[in-house]
Ligand binder design. Structure first.
Ligand code: AMP
Length: 124
């Protein structure tokens, strides 16, 4: 789809929220949606997003505290139910330096059974 990838109209995650493209959902309520990542990097890999279009964490504020809080509050239960019973990692990539590809705030939840490795590759 053409257009500004930061805009809600062309945002792929907004299209999932609107039901225009399919997703393998784990949870949905009035504020947030959780669905499996289409290119999983571990046996458990799903995304938690606010339903409201917010491009990055830079653009989020207290107006989003309910949805952002829910994303954290739901992560453990959803991770356990998805099979990550011995730990997981949450990642929110932000902006160019954070290597964000989809400009709609999302939290990756990534887990085992095997350890997911060090947080960042050490450069020195
Ligand atoms: P990033 O913006 O780099 O934090 O990551 C974006 C993530 O969204 C990647 O892990 C993609 O695999 C995932 N992704 C992109 N499109 C979809 C989709 N239609 N359904 C599920 N996951 C997606």
């Amino acid at each position: 789809m053409s257009g500004d990838p930061r805009a809600a109209e062309s945002c792929i995650f907004c299209r999932i929220v609107r039901g225009e493209i399919p997703a393998n959902k784990l949870h949905e309520d009035e504020d947030v949606l959780a669905f499996h990542d289409v290119r999983p990097q571990a046996p458990v890999h799903f995304l938690l997003i606010p339903k409201e279009h917010v491009a990055t964490l830079y653009d989020a504020g207290m107006a989003q505290h309910r949805a952002l809080g829910k994303m954290l509050a739901l992560a453990g239960d959803l991770a356990r139910k998805a099979g990550a019973e011995d730990g997981f990692r949450c990642i929110i990539n932000t902006g160019r330096v954070g290597h964000q590809e989809v400009y709609h705030v999302h939290m990756h939840v990534i887990g085992g059974p095997d350890p997911v490795g060090p947080m960042l590759l050490r450069r020195r």
